[in-house]
Write a protein that binds this ligand. Structure first.
Ligand code: AVJ
Ligand code: FE
Length: 406
């Protein structure tokens, strides 16, 4: 969903001169690439150029686009590496989405990916080459983001659309109290993206946050109570969308997984459930405050495609928050009530199409990452964003309430 791949950059330069630093970066690039290639090795060749969902490009386009973006930012868009035909195939402002079924075959795409990587690793190993760690880390996170998109498109292609019955759990939701106070929002370190800057403080009131994202069994209670048919639970836009698309259950609904988080819900469905439960969505700032003190670790959540699917809530006590909330990192992204907007001191980097274009008053912020999110591409301050009707992504939600009403 990049707006424009026209170059800009020149913000937070961080020259990487030390050998050790360059070797560490090369190791991270290899590890990330190994996971990306392992993901595409699980994709049937026939699916590589197929458009699984009209709103998204074929899986293979995301692989080619990863290499195109790497060459654009790390090899100055060298035409010897990315000839015009490949630029047209894999640039965001190249082929229209529906035409992307015409991208090169898997073998040709994989060859392009390997040629770009060979050239970038040669540049990284060249002591005479100036390496700006900020843009190299941006490209690494960009790869992880498109790999996650490929993951949910693959899951959509493989999913059984059957509406597995999940026995409802209508017990009241379990909340933890989150104290109010001065919250630290944002991040200024080298890997921080433009929308996480600048770090700032914000006064927040105390609130209650559900201990974990809404499970399938809890969501089944909403469905059993006519949640999808009760007009009073939906916003005007949400109700019109729900009716127009005959929505009747989450998109990534899974059989036999009552205690897994509901996944594949839009912000509209999340809000309807919250109204049904006498609650609301947390703001992104409340979410970030609830995760204060937490850092992303491999054993702190269902992350990095390790489990290749959601897991029951509460299985990663290492990632439990100071207030006792679980699954803040990984498993499913969590919708917030916040609209995607710039922080004080925001400066578009490395190009306006990454964040600024989406400060349109419509896109909503999601936090926390999903099971397909790579740990290095996630932080407490990381902001994801999608239009409120989006449900193809591995998104769920948890409820919040104004006051500590336990
Ligand atoms: C942050 C995941 C919404 O995929 O559109 C990738 C990330 N931006 N290439 C997206 C992104 C440009 C973006 N999301
Ligand atoms: Fe992109």
């Amino acid at each position: 969903m990049d707006a424009r791949s026209g170059k800009s950059a020149d913000a937070p330069a961080a020259a990487l001169s030390s050998d050790a630093g360059r070797r560490a970066l090369a190791a991270d690039m290899r590890a990330c690439r190994a996971a990306t290639l392992a993901l595409f090795a699980r994709v049937e060749p026939a699916l590589f150029r197929a458009q699984v969902d009209p709103n998204y490009s074929p899986l293979g386009w995301h692989l080619g686009h990863i290499a195109f973006t790497e060459a654009l930012w790390l090899l100055d868009g060298d035409a010897a590496v990315t000839p015009p035909a490949l630029a047209r195939a894999f640039a965001v402002d190249g082929l229209a989405k529906a035409e992307r079924v015409g991208i090169p075959e898997p073998a040709a795409a994989l060859d392009y990916v390997a040629r770009v990587r060979q050239a970038t690793l040669i540049r990284l190993a060249d002591p005479a080459a100036s390496i700006d760690a900020a843009i190299w880390r941006f490209v690494l996170q960009h790869e992880a983001q498109h790999a996650e998109t490929a993951s949910f498109l693959h899951a959509l292609a493989m999913r059984d659309a059957g509406g597995a019955a999940i026995s409802p759990d209508a017990q009241p939701l379990d909340y933890v109290g989150v104290p109010g106070g001065l919250a630290t929002i944002g991040h200024d370190a080298i890997e921080a993206l433009d929308n996480e800057r600048e770090m700032h403080s914000m006064e927040l009131g105390a609130f209650a946050l559900a201990r974990h994202p809404v499970t399938q069994a809890q969501f089944a209670a909403f469905m059993a109570d006519g949640g999808y048919r009760r007009r009073d639970l939906w916003s005007g836009e949400g109700w019109a969308w729900c009716r127009a698309n005959a929505i009747e259950r989450p998109l990534h609904w899974r059989a036999g997984a009552p205690d897994h988080p509901a996944a594949g819900v839009s912000a509209h469905e999340a809000e309807a459930f919250c109204r049904w439960a006498g609650a609301r969505l947390p703001t992104e700032f409340e979410w970030e405050h609830a995760a204060r003190g937490l850092v992303v670790t491999a054993d702190g959540g269902n992350l990095g495609g390790v489990h290749l699917a959601t897991t029951p809530v509460g299985r990663f006590p290492v990632g439990r928050s100071a207030d006792g909330a679980d699954d803040l990192f990984g498993n499913v992204w969590e919708w917030t009530s916040s609209t995607f907007a710039p922080y004080p001191g925001f400066r578009a980097w490395p190009y306006e199409g990454y964040s600024q274009t989406w400060f349109d008053g419509r896109h909503r912020v999601l936090r926390g990452g999903s099971w397909a999110t790579r740990s290095f591409a996630l932080r407490r301050s990381f902001r994801n964003w999608y239009a409120p009707e989006t449900r193809q992504i591995f998104a769920g939600f948890r409820c919040a309430r104004d006051q500590d009403v336990r």
